[in-house]
Ligand binder design. Sequence first.
Ligand code: NAP
Length: 161
Amino acid sequence: MPKPINLIVACSENRVIGIGGGMPWSIPEDTAFFQAQTRGHTVIMGSHCFTEWPSAAEGRDVIIITHDPRTLPPGIHRVSSLHEAIARAQTLRGEIYLCGGQRVYEEGLVIGDRLYLTLVHAKIEGGDTFFPDWRAHFAREIERKDTHDDHWRYSFLTLVR
Ligand SMILES: NC(=O)c1ccc[n+]([C@@H]2O[C@H](COP(=O)([O-])OP(=O)(O)OC[C@H]3O[C@@H](n4cnc5c(N)ncnc54)[C@H](OP(=O)(O)O)[C@@H]3O)[C@@H](O)[C@H]2O)c1
């Protein structure tokens, strides 16, 4: 039986996920959630995300999608498509988490089983990386926690098809 495929992302109301190679916000509770949710599992991401999160392999199996021949650290799996990444992930530890960026999410949206979405209740100007419109694919909310910190209001949503 193939393992289920999870997507995990934080996006704004206008679906921004990144600006200038980084996150549009710093939300410690969301970072902690992301770290805890993926720990002990296999994470799949594009090469820019790995540049941003080089410590991903601490406690996880990591698959990077890239055509860049540069050497990756030992133990990191390199593949050239999401299809190949998912096939490899079947052989690695725990569940499968698609962690971005934009293209991984776009391709993953149609094959994913579950979406862990931190919806940041703000409209971000100047975003350059986006999450696709998920609502037609993940229509059923099975968990929701509305919360905030000193700077942002956000909701932790778990959605299924
Ligand atoms: N808010 C969030 O939850 C969240 C999550 C993740 C990322 N982000 C943000 O998103 C931005 C990074 O995302 P990004 O979209 O720019 O970069 P990315 O997906 O990490 O990296 C893009 C590169 O990865 C490779 N790649 C990715 N998907 C591929 C696919 N399906 N097939 C083949 N190759 C693929 C290509 O690499 P090569 O050119 O090496 O071949 C492509 O140039 C940052 O700003 C980051 O902070 C936010």
